[in-house]
Design a protein around this ligand. Structure first.
Ligand code: ADP
Length: 706
């Protein structure tokens, strides 16, 4: 038992019960004189105990009937309980101190002690209050049901405000609550009761002043008998009290509406023009209603959150479904695009193998196989580029270079196709030495893509022109043709992924509609932009690439020996005469093909199937350039080159320049190869001309040992 409970003696217990009972209690002696009445009885009658004590109660509260006639003590059923030694119950009408009559129910019980009746205890309840309690209970029950069913927040809040305003007898009530709007911002809305909304429309919302603030912060209810006398009132501008024209408020009651989490969902405010209109009972009733409002509002929130989640799930599902359909379609197109050239390759190689083709047909078979294999490699290259672009892994190998390098290389690469289609290919430039900063291989790819399209979409006998020019602080590359042109409605979409104006004709030409989207991405990576122009179908097209010039302070162009044009001056552009090239490749077909290409260009080639074989003969052969595969049984290309370079370092030699030749074409693979000491990284399938050009650029003499 706690110390405070110890202090409650049986007597003080009894006193506490009597004082705090809500029923009015009177104790009378055997002469029907009042000995005691509790607080509820004082409130009911309007008299204080001291005024009535020791005097007949009947004279104070029961002396007149409502019709004004006297009520004799002898007729009173309450006062006969003790003399007749029996309990009396019934209904009577009391007179209040202020003269008004009010019906009550009573129970009068004799007090017996040691076999003798010594007095009466009377319990009295005001009928009107009983009825009010009953109607409060009904209102709360109805509101409770509404809180569980209502789906509209506005209607819910209005019902709470209306009920609370009615039960407190307020002149008006208001409920302020925060909601988030569609864009996620917070908005304060309100419901009003007992007053036309237009009345409040011109007043600002209550702010967090000392009077309103605590309620909005959820610090508890505030009940004030006369707000005009409260020190918290009228201190704050601009109104210093009620705004002009506001309904008069003296009695004030404010109750926060809080969620279980402690979050304040809103606040209920009530006003009355007369003072002392809100009792502690009104406050308790309003707090119960606020708790119900909190349940309802929290329930609606959960419901809305569940609905939003359901919509989101539905949207994600539809997106996933669309993506899956798109993927299926994409895979079907890719598989078609890859199979088409494969059909030719397999068909013609079968006929070659049969050995029954005439020399003319053999040549045709080889040309067709070559063309189709290139087409297939192009598709794979485009797919890899797009996948790198999507995953943000496309990196530039940036350096300073002359614009002529990639443009001329691209023109040369497209020339055979132009010749085959009888399309004239013209380079128009008088701008010498335009220096750019970027990746010349990627810019070559840009120009090559534009040229390939121009040739592809230009009829026999047509003309494709490449213009290179300098304009203010930019370099221009323009690829124009007098081919079939682009319709105005398709023009804005040419750079979109997987867009082709006409699937039939492009299928005939091959392509996935990826080229121009790669072009745009690469140009933008260089800080430039690309535009497409066409006067319409049949009117030809022009693609213009604008690139920023390299800063004047940029590193100077590399020496002439690395530029193909400079190489032209010294010897035939593709000669490898005098080169010793070590080739390490485990696949016999590829090894044979590469060795043949290098030898056909005059190189002396040491071809090895394994890294170990290469290491065994490196001293004897003394390669000038090494070309090595990466994925090989035993020792891979990375380990091979590290071992080789370590061996050379021990022998006092510089590292032999090496090219990594690999089917792993990702940016990470490239970096790994460079880290292992390779000077270049080339993705398979390799163009023979590209390999030859690379070997030439890497040549460095290596001192022979022994
Ligand atoms: P594709 O692989 O189909 O060539 P691209 O992205 O390179 O994909 O081109 C998209 C489409 O733009 C082409 O299919 C074609 O319809 C149109 N297009 C591109 N260049 C030209 C051009 N020079 N003349 C006419 N149409 C062109």
């Amino acid at each position: 038992m706690s110390a405070s409970t110890d202090l409650l003696t049986p007597l003080s217990h009894l006193q506490a019960v009597c004082e705090n009972a809500t029923v009015a209690l009177f104790v009378m002696d055997d002469r029907q004189h009042c000995v005691y009445m509790n607080g509820a009885a004082e409130q009911l009658t309007g008299y204080a105990l001291a005024e009535v004590q020791g005097r007949p109660l009947h004279e104070f509260v029961h002396h007149t009937r409502p019709d004004g006639t006297p009520y004799p003590l002898a007729d009173c059923p309450i006062d006969r309980a003790a003399p007749q030694n029996m309990q009396e119950q019934g209904e009577e009408v009391f007179v209040h101190r202020d003269g008004h009559f009010y019906p009550v129910t009573f129970t009068a019980s004799p007090i017996r002690r040691e076999g003798r009746v010594v007095g009466t205890v009377i319990e009295v309840r005001e009928v009107a209050r009983e009825k009010q309690r009953e109607s409060e209970n009904i209102a709360m029950r109805e509101l409770g049901e509404l809180m569980l069913d209502e789906l509209d927040l506005g209607r819910m809040v209005q019902a709470v405000t209306d009920t609370a305003t009615r039960l407190t007898g307020a002149h008006f009530g208001a409920f302020f609550y925060n909601v988030s709007d569609d864009s996620g911002g917070m908005l304060t809305l309100y419901a009003l009761s007992g007053v036309d909304p237009s009345h409040f429309a011109r007043f600002p919302h209550p702010r967090a002043t000392p009077l309103f603030g605590p309620t909005f912060k959820g610090e508890g209810s505030i009940r004030i008998g006369d707000v005009s006398c409260d020190p918290r009132y009228g201190q704050w501008g601009p109104h210093h009290g009620m705004p002009e024209g506001h309904l008069p408020v003296r009695s004030y009651l404010a109750v926060p509406v809080m969620a279980d989490s402690g979050e304040v969902l809103g606040a209920l405010f009530f006003g009355h023009g007369e003072p002392d209109r809100f009792s502690s009972h009104h406050q308790r009733v309003t707090e119960s209603l606020a708790a119900q409002a909190s349940v309802g509002m929290s329930r609606l929130r959960l419901l809305r959150a569940a609905e939003t989640q359901a919509h989101e799930n539905e949207r994600l599902y539809r997106e996933a479904q669309a993506a899956s359909e798109m993927k299926d379609l994409f895979l079907a197109t890719i598989s078609h695009e890859l199979r088409t050239p494969l059909t030719s390759i397999l068909g013609w190689s079968g006929m070659l193998a049969s050995g029954r083709l005439s020399p003319d047909m053999v040549q045709r078979a080889v040309t067709t196989i070559d063309r189709n294999a290139r087409a297939q490699a192009q598709i794979i290259g485009d797919l890899l580029d797009i996948s790198r672009i999507i995953s943000g892994k496309l990196h530039l190998n940036t350096r300073t270079f002359d614009i002529a390098t990639p443009v001329e290389a691209a023109i040369e690469a497209v020339r055979p196709a132009a010749l085959a289609r009888d399309v004239q290919l013209v380079l128009d430039t008088d701008a010498g030495g335009i220096s750019l900063q970027g990746d010349p291989d990627r810019l070559q790819q840009v120009v090559w893509n534009l040229l390939t399209n121009a040739v592809k979409f230009t009829d026999r006998g047509g003309r494709v022109t490449v213009v290179v020019a300098r304009e203010a602080d930019a370099a221009l590359i323009e690829v124009g043709d007098n081919g079939r042109g682009i319709a105005a409605d398709f023009l804005p979409h040419v750079f979109d992924r997987f867009t082709q104006v006409d699937a039939t004709s492009t299928r005939e030409q091959g392509g996935l509609g990826l080229g121009l989207s790669i072009v745009r991405h690469l140009v933008e990576m260089h800080g430039g932009y690309v535009q497409a122009n066409s006067a319409g179908l049949g009117q030809g097209s022009t693609f213009r690439v604008t690139l920023p010039l390299a800063a004047a302070t940029a590193e100077p162009l590399p020496g002439g020996d690395t530029s193909p044009r400079a190489a032209n001056d010294a010897e035939p552009p593709d000669s490898l005469a005098g080169y010793r090239v070590m080739l390490v490749e485990d696949d016999p077909d590829t090894r044979l093909m590469l060795a043949s290409v290098l030898e056909a260009h005059g190189a002396s080639v040491q071809a090895c199937a394994l890294a170990a074989d290469a290491l065994a003969c490196v001293d004897d052969f003394a390669p000038m350039v090494v070309v090595s595969d990466i994925g090989m049984p035993g020792m891979d290309g990375y380990a091979f080159l590290r071992t080789l370079h370590a061996h050379q370092a021990q022998a006092g030699q510089g590292p032999v320049p090496a090219i990594a030749l690999t089917a792993y074409a990702g940016a990470d693979d490239r970096q790994r190869a460079l880290d292992a000491g390779f000077r270049r990284h080339v993705a398979k399938p390799t163009q023979p001309s590209e390999l030859v050009a690379l070997v030439r650029t890497l040549r460095e003499p290596v001192a022979r040992t022994g």
